[in-house]
Design a protein around this ligand. Structure first.
Ligand SMILES: [Zn+2]
Length: 140
């Protein structure tokens, strides 16, 4: 049973969060062409107000590199803790300068990357997506 004071505290906490808006986290390539499609897709599909962006060139491939993992993990943790993000969208994209492979190969990289991020046990949902040649976002 919730005491009245605990209930009031919870309601105040909830209204504070609602007032500040809901956040999600995008882990993507630095490419400027994909940021707007990704942000809009995440907002529309997950009812969030803002999307924090963690970028690294060719992140779908490069997340497997030890030198890059720690940096991405640290940035994602800040988004999760400071903004209460409950979702990480991990992406790869068509025509990536840092990872110039076919869409099929991107999909394999994205699936592996989702496993890598899952292994960090951040307690958030993780979704893998491919941004295709029409700049549409597709769940992998
Ligand atoms: Zn790229």
């Amino acid at each position: 049973m919730l005491s009245i004071s605990k209930l009031i505290f919870k309601l105040e906490y909830l209204s504070k969060i609602m007032a500040e808006g809901k956040f999600a986290t995008s882990v993507s390539c630095i490419d400027g062409r994909i940021q707007t499609p990704l942000t809009n897709w995440i907002k529309e599909n997950y009812s969030v107000d803002y999307v924090d962006t963690v970028t690294e060139p060719g992140v779908d491939k490069n997340i497997a590199k030890d030198s890059i993992i720690e940096s991405i993990k640290t940035k994602a943790r800040i988004s999760i803790h400071a903004h209460k993000s409950e979702l990480i969208v991990f992406s790869g994209h068509y025509d990536c300068a840092a990872n110039p492979v076919s869409n099929e190969e991107h999909i394999e990289f994205i699936k592996k990357g989702v496993e890598v991020i899952s292994s960090w046990n951040l307690g958030v949902k993780i979704v893998g997506v491919l941004v295709d040649e029409s700049w549409n976002v597709n769940t992998v």
